[in-house]
Design a protein around this ligand. Sequence first.
Ligand code: PMP
Length: 423
Amino acid sequence: MSSRTSESLRSEADLLIPGGVNSPVRAWKAVGGATRFVRSGSGSHITDVEGRTYLDFVGSWGPLIHGHAHPQVLAAVSDALARGTSFGAPTEGEIELAKAITRFVPSIERVRLVSSGTEATMSALRVARAATGRDAIIKFAGCYHGHSDGLLVRAGSGATTLGIPDSPGVPRAIAELTRVARYNDLASVEQLADRDVAAIIVEPAAGNMGVVPAQPGFLQGLRRIADRNGTVLVFDEVISGFRLAKGGAQELSGIRPDLTCLGKVIGGGLPVGAYGGRADLMEQLAPKGAVYQAGTLSGNPLAVAAGLATLNLLEATPPYEKLERLGARLEQGLSRALGSRPGCVQRVGSLLTLFFGIERVRDYDDALNADTERFEKFFQAMLAEGVWLPPSQFEAWFLSTAHTEMEIDATIAAVERALVASD
Ligand code: PMP
């Protein structure tokens, strides 16, 4: 085992990997930058290379609904491992996972496995464009759907406008096909919706500007607008799928999308994404139809085994009441701890964000008013308390079935101290 410190590993990584990390948020830039290297995880805890153990509220950003290194997930992966890692030919497990997905999420009549959420959303939009023969899409400011060109567009604060790329390297011509509406604001969608729009893509419970629930009527309104214009409604349930309910946010809202994007939980911590929905849309895909989408490692046997074990656990022991109870306990405790300080706690099930400096967040413009300096101090104080939070004001805390009420209470006590320390 390496006896190196996070600091020396950071210096070495910096010379080899851009920013020292393989995904930007891991660099902790929003909270001072001194990220820590992780050695291992077990249940609700992770341990860094220095041997410090933390109570983890990141959970690999959502996949680990059963916690780290769950014995049944590990057993399924090691079983599959012994049979070989990849064949580039169909395997039985893929059918089992497809059966589980279509059973859990009734709007999914046909499903394709890919290797990331980014691939899922990118491919779903291709299917929607092929079906409609249209190029434009509508997304919402503050919703993240992976890093494909057309989706890396948020438009600046306050704007409800044609897309401007968020990143150099995204062709303007592609970004301009993306129209950006305001979350929870149907009027902003009405303004952009017409018969040139192939798809409306939305996080049915937003998790990428901090947690922002869809207000009553919002998803219904999107369904209505999509139907009126012959537009495909795409729910990005990469975070919410299998986490908020067996059937995701669509089960809770009762709104049936045409296509659904999945990831995170269905991979049990290994790289998997999926997209699926109406049979007539999905059967456009090659080799049945003409829409091309492929992947060397799509349906990878290890990832499928981890995903199946994860979904089997969800079915055998539904965790949703427990997650709701833990989430509500944490929400109430955080609100109490916040006291008269400006801020709010927003939660959907096992996803939660403590926002500083604002009383309510309904959309991205609200979120941008959050007090990020205060968050940075709070984050560092929580780290010193042994609690590993998402290193950004604009991310969700993820609960797992491995968290206990005692750990939630200990977290609330730590929050009370951290708030005082960061006042
Ligand atoms: N959609 C949503 C809602 C997400 O939260 C994410 C990732 N956080 C993605 C898509 C992209 O998934 P991936 O990182 O697996 O490409």
